[in-house]
Design a protein around this ligand. Structure first.
Ligand SMILES: Nc1ncnc2c1ncn2[C@@H]1O[C@H](COP(=O)(O)OP(=O)(O)OP(=O)(O)O)[C@@H](O)[C@H]1O
Length: 529
């Protein structure tokens, strides 16, 4: 994680002069609010709180007292105001209202417990019980419920139950839910409901993702969900960024990597001032050095004061969480299961192979005994991906390779062939470790030890998705032993078992673990000379 993030989200500045009256009111309100607040104990410093969210809070206040109050209160308010006759004593109404409010809180708590949903924030909206509520509670277009049914989605996943309700109440949200648990739909559904229908008024929503493959996949998902509507969903391709006249582009939802959007902002005058929804998917990756500055340019360009922003990932480091807590407005934190843990539907194994050469022998032997495709193999870098591919391509298995040196079209082919079952074994670098939804992957092999626990969680999360089972095998050599304990902790946290001695190894503070490794080959070294 980059430390250099203080400028992030600083696009919306509070104009003290213009809002002097509101500012003094806000200050009083804030002081009392802070006393009551149970969570977000580590409130932002005074200067941050003053410069950023105040304009927004003013707007949000009016939102929550008029049309879209916090869900629990909303339900209770409208029901009592309709049925209570005027002559009834108001204290009775109050006590009945309070009772109903508490009953609702209990129902919410039960549902959250049932689905392992943990929330922090004031007045968190009730989680969804069914997708039908999208229509009954939020009046969504019938197309959405129909499309969800056609996609075979019978009930919302835990992250969808809670995040959809939060975002539809106009609150911002940062969420951590396991790989393959349906986070995409959790942010696309509320976006579509809030946008209501297609418009030609400029870009209204932006979804940022760290890789092109992931952006393309998310655009496909959005299109499936908007079948039968006129929504304009645009994937920011190289061609679009170079050729489009953005002032004339019809686009409701723009989906892209940060690089292309910031390029379009700087060089092509892309206007994001009307954006109402901004999603940072794989947010911890987007906040890493190299991407964070691009993300910041985009966040600043999304200058609409009533924007709703959300962060999603399967891994949420404390540093990202701190940033989100400090800078988002009235945000709700949602954690599904245990924070930063692997999906429980993956059977995880650690295998000692001694040396680099031992890895290739282990893979060959295991494929000869039983190969249950599709299998994904992760290696440390593109050179090693090419080397392993050169070793396996003559074996009797259909193998392919994907890494950053390939042309975009070649990368797409590799992913498509793997999805279609034409490739049995795909050798990959971390370029596809995050977010890619390969439904049927049976096994992930970490040929090279992952460079961080987060990388491990994302890599193995390419299998065991949407309730299916998967298997993850991690090979390790002597060079990896110092980092073994950290991975073992992830395994045990998600219910897996590891040899007892590993848990006695010392814990390591882990930056990036990318040791120099012998080239992948079983040929004796002097054969090539
Ligand atoms: N309610 C649902 N019922 C059944 N399947 C669902 C549901 N919602 C999403 N899915 C499916 O679950 C799979 C995983 O969803 P998605 O890719 O959004 O996961 P994710 O949580 O974003 O994972 P990652 O952290 O790896 O990015 C997809 O194939 C998606 O179609």
């Amino acid at each position: 994680m980059s430390k250099d993030t203080s400028f992030l989200f600083s696009g919306i500045k509070f104009n003290r002069k213009k809002f002097a009256a509101d500012f003094s009111k806000f200050k009083e309100k804030k002081e009392s609010a802070v006393k009551n607040e149970e969570i977000f104990e580590d409130e932002s410093s005074a200067s941050e709180a003053e410069t950023m969210p105040i304009v927004k809070k003013r707007k949000r206040k009016s939102k929550s007292t008029s049309s879209a109050p916090v869900e629990g209160f909303n339900v209770f308010k409208s029901s009592t105001s309709e049925i209570v006759p005027k002559e009834i004593d108001s204290s009775e109404v109050d006590s009945e209202a309070k009772k109903e409010y508490h009953r609702q809180m209990e129902r919410d708590a039960l549902l959250r417990k049932q689905h392992n949903i943990h929330v922090s924030g004031m007045n968190v909206p009730s989680p969804l019980q069914t997708f039908a509520e999208l229509r009954s509670r939020y009046k969504c277009g019938s197309y959405l419920v129909r499309n969800l049914a056609e996609l075979g989605f019978k009930e919302p996943t835990p992250i969808q139950r809670q995040a959809i309700a939060i975002l539809l109440s106009g609150r911002e949200c940062f969420a951590c839910a396991p790989t393959g648990s349906g986070k995409t739909l959790a942010f696309v559904c509320p976006m579509l409901i809030k946008l209501k229908h297609a418009s030609t008024d400029g870009i209204r929503a932006v979804i940022l993702l760290p890789t092109r493959e992931l952006a393309a996949q998310t655009a496909r998902e959005c299109k499936k969900l908007t079948r039968g509507t006129k929504f304009h969903i645009k994937l920011m391709t190289k061609q679009l960024v170079n050729s489009a006249d953005f002032s004339k582009l019809h686009c409701d939802i723009l989906i892209s990597t940060p690089y292309r959007v910031q390029y379009a902002i700087r060089k092509k005058k892309l206007d994001l001032s009307r954006v109402e929804y901004l999603v940072l998917d794989e947010s911890d990756k987007l906040f890493e050095l190299g991407l964070v500055k691009q993300v910041d340019i985009i966040v600043k360009a999304c200058s609409n004061p009533s924007i709703t922003r959300s962060l999603f990932s399967a891994t949420l480091p404390d540093s990202v969480e701190e940033l989100a807590r400090t800078l988002m407005h009235d945000a709700v934190r949602v954690i599904i299961g245990r924070k930063n843990s692997a999906s429980e539907s993956i059977n995880q194994k650690l295998i000692y192979v001694g040396s680099e050469e031992g890895k290739l022998l282990a893979i060959r032997q295991s494929f000869a005994e039983s190969l249950n495709p599709p299998v994904l193999i992760f290696v440390q870098n593109k050179e090693r991906a090419k080397e392993l591919y050169n070793e396996l391509k003559y074996d009797d298995i259909k193998a392919d390779v994907i890494h950053a040196d390939l042309l975009q079209a070649e990368r797409e082919d590799a992913v498509d062939n793997f999805r279609a079952g034409k490739t049995w074994v795909l050798i990959a670098t971390d370029v596809i470790a995050r977010g890619m939804d390969f439904k049927g992957v049976n096994c992930v092999i970490n040929y090279d030890f992952p460079d961080s626990p987060a990388a491990y969680i994302h890599r193995i999360g390419r299998c065991g998705r949407a309730g299916r089972r998967g298997e993850a095998i991690t090979l390790y050599t002597e060079a990896d032993v110092p980092f073994l304990r950290n991975i073992a902790n992830v395994i045990t946290a998600s219910g897996g078992e590891v040899p007892a001695y590993i848990l006695t190894l010392p814990k390591r503070k882990w930056k990036k673990h990318r040791p120099g490794r012998e080239p992948i080959s079983v040929k004796p070294q002097d054969e090539d000379e």
